[in-house]
Design a protein around this ligand. Structure first.
Ligand SMILES: [Zn+2]
Length: 335
């Protein structure tokens, strides 16, 4: 069970306590008014103290400042903290190695926090990605496009009708799948060497990828260097400031460390963009057609059962919007 901070309301329930004790503890008679207040205060202080001890200072990759990070709760053995400056959430993990994590298991339902059956839902995903391409073309109609974390290349196949496309993917199997289907895809991380080989580009997309990156700020900064002036970066990720995220806390569907390491809010996205010299040209919470198999996979996981693959629902999709995921277009100023 994840630990969660005690609710304030639970403190006030204890207020009748000193009243009952009055007969047995003489001193309470003289300080009855104060005792109630002190009893409430000290338990409150203790709670605040406990959580303050777990607060710590970090340099935030979104706002770029050394700031206090407030401890929120623990999930999957990771401390979840929030930058007091900009609201970015971070998962503190011990020895998480992305290279050994994102294997074919991740995309085929072998991992409870991965995809149910990524390849099996190609049709639905491609329809969804075709919509994303249409959206991107409102900001940039053509040119060179780079997909960072392109998985099996479904988005790239839709984008290549209008753009000169290439991709980067960490999972070897997925990258190989892309190359076999004729796409120009490199295996590895978006680092200086790989980006150097690719040259500059007009559009860079990171679809549900930024929350997985070990150092999102360093990666975005590198990508900005490989973006032509006037070019755009399109990012989709969860919205940590959304109502669903705030109400659900540790139980939010996207609160899945160590797979997800960063939880952006609109403010933290804005802070990162500004501090890297980018302009936020657009931000919305789009509707999305989600494969029924993924919905049932996630619901089963949330109910605590081990998810199973369900073949029948791979072809069906439902339009879903929980307004807890955002789509952002960042523009590099044209000098
Ligand atoms: Zn911050």
């Amino acid at each position: 069970m994840p630990e969660e901070r005690t609710q304030d309301s639970e403190d006030s329930k204890g207020r009748t306590g000193p009243e009952d004790l009055r007969g047995s503890v003489a001193t309470f008679d003289r300080v009855e008014e104060g005792a109630t207040a002190i009893a409430t205060l000290s338990s409150k202080n203790h709670e605040v103290f406990e959580s303050r001890v777990r607060d710590r200072s970090h340099v935030c990759p979104a706002c770029g400042q050394a700031s206090v990070h407030r401890f929120l709760y623990r999930k999957n053995g990771c401390d979840i903290l929030r930058c007091e400056q900009c609201g970015l959430g971070r998962a503190e993990t011990m020895g998480f190695d992305p290279e050994s994590y994102y294997t074919s298991d991740y995309f085929s339902g072998e991992r409870p926090d991965g995809y149910a059956d990524y390849i099996g839902t190609e049709n639905i995903l491609r329809r969804e990605f075709a919509g994303t391409v249409e959206f991107i073309r409102k900001f940039r109609a053509s040119g060179r496009l780079l997909d960072v974390g392109c998985a099996y290349g479904f988005f790239l196949h839709e984008a290549k009708r209008f753009f000169d496309v290439s991709g980067i993917e960490l999972a070897e199997d997925a990258a190989e799948h892309c190359r076999r289907s004729g796409l120009n895809v490199f295996t590895g991380q978006a680092d200086e060497t790989l980006l150097g080989r690719l040259g500059t580009t007009d559009v860079i997309v990171l679809l549900d990828v930024i929350e997985h990156l070990p150092s999102p700020r360093d990666t975005i900064a590198l990508l900005v260097n490989h973006l032509d002036p006037g070019g755009i970066i399109v990012i989709t990720t969860g919205d940590f400031g959304s109502l669903y995220s705030r109400v659900a806390g540790a139980h939010w569907r996207l609160m899945t460390p160590p797979q997800h390491l960063w939880f952006f809010s609109q403010a933290s996205m804005q802070a990162m963009a500004t501090s890297l010299g980018l302009e936020v040209e657009h931000l919305d919470h789009p509707w999305k057609v989600v494969p029924l198999s993924l919905i049932s996979f996630q619901l089963t996981r949330m109910s605590g059962l081990r998810p199973k693959r369900i073949a029948i629902s791979n072809r069906l999709g439902l339009p879903v919007n929980l307004f807890d995921a955002m789509r952002v277009v960042l523009r590099k100023p044209s000098r």
